[in-house]
Design a binder for this molecule. Structure first.
Ligand SMILES: Nc1ncnc2c1ncn2[C@@H]1O[C@H](COP(=O)(O)OP(=O)(O)O)[C@@H](O)[C@H]1O
Ligand SMILES: O=C(O)C1=C[C@@H](OP(=O)(O)O)[C@@H](O)[C@H](O)C1
Ligand SMILES: [Mg+2]
Length: 176
C-alpha cells in the first residue's frame, strides 16, 4: 500500500483535529478537517446544522465532503467521529489513504470535552452513557478501517505524531 494521504478516525475528543494539524505540519502537507470544511461550506457551525437539518442532514453533508476531500492527494484529513458510519465513506477512506484510528477511553474523552459546546451528540442528559453507546456502536467499524491504531488517552500528542509517522513511513517504504 503506497498512500499519499493520512486519514484520522476515532471518537469525538480522541484528538483527530489536534493530532491531524500536528501531523500535517510535520509532513509539510495541507491539513483538512471535514467538520471545518462543512462549516466553511455552509457558513454555519455544526450545532446549527444538527438543529436545522438533524443528524441525517449533517451526515449527508459529511458524505459529500468526504467524497470531495478523498479526491485530494498529499493531505492529512481529520474526519468527524461519525464519518465511518456510512459504508460509502469507509470505502472511500480505505481506498484513498492510510487510516489511523485514534483510541481514547470514554472517561478521558469526557474529561477533555467537559466544557465543549460544539459537539451536539455530547449534549445529552447523560453524556457518559451516550458516549459509551457511541463507542460500542462504532468500535468495530473503526477497527475494520484502521491501518494503524494508537492510544491518545495516555500518550502525549508529540509521541502520538512520531509513532504514526514511523509506521506510515515503514508501510510506504515496504510497498515500494
Ligand atoms: N495526547 C493528546 N492527543 C490529542 N489530544 C489531546 C491530547 N491530550 C489532550 N488533548 C486535548 O484533547 C482535545 C481533543 O480534541 P480534538 O482534537 O478536537 O478531537 P477530535 O477532533 O477527535 O474530536 C483537545 O482539546 C486537545 O488539546
Ligand atoms: O461523533 C460524531 O458523530 C460527531 C463528531 C464531531 O466531530 P469530532 O469527532 O471531530 O468531534 C462532528 O462531526 C459531529 O459533532 C458528529
Ligand atoms: Mg475534530
Amino acid at each position: 500500500m503506497t498512500s499519499e494521504n493520512i486519514y484520522l478516525i476515532g471518537l469525538m475528543g480522541a484528538g483527530k483535529t489536534t493530532i491531524g494539524r500536528q501531523l500535517a505540519k510535520a509532513l509539510a502537507v495541507p491539513f483538512y478537517d471535514s467538520d471545518k470544511a462543512i462549516e466553511e461550506n455552509t457558513g454555519v457551525d455544526i450545532p446549527t446544522i444538527f438543529e436545522f437539518e438533524g443528524e441525517q442532514g449533517f451526515r449527508d453533508r459529511e458524505q459529500k465532503m468526504i467524497e470531495k476531500l478523498t479526491q485530494l492527494q498529499g493531505i492529512v484529513l481529520a474526519t468527524g467521529g461519525g464519518a465511518i458510519l456510512r459504508e460509502e465513506n469507509r470505502k472511500l477512506l480505505k481506498e484513498n489513504g492510510y487510516i489511523v484510528y485514534l483510541q481514547c477511553s470514554v472517561d478521558r474523552i469526557l474529561e477533555r470535552t467537559r466544557r465543549d459546546t460544539q459537539r451536539p451528540l455530547l449534549k445529552a442528559d447523560n453524556p457518559k452513557e451516550n458516549l459509551q453507546y457511541l463507542f460500542e456502536q462504532r468500535q468495530a467499524l473503526y477497527l475494520s478501517c484502521a491501518n494503524f491504531k494508537i492510544d491518545t488517552g495516555v500518550l502525549k500528542s508529540k509521541t502520538v505524531v512520531s509513532r504514526i509517522l514511523e509506521d506510515y513511513r515503514a508501510v510506504n517504504q515496504a510497498s515500494q
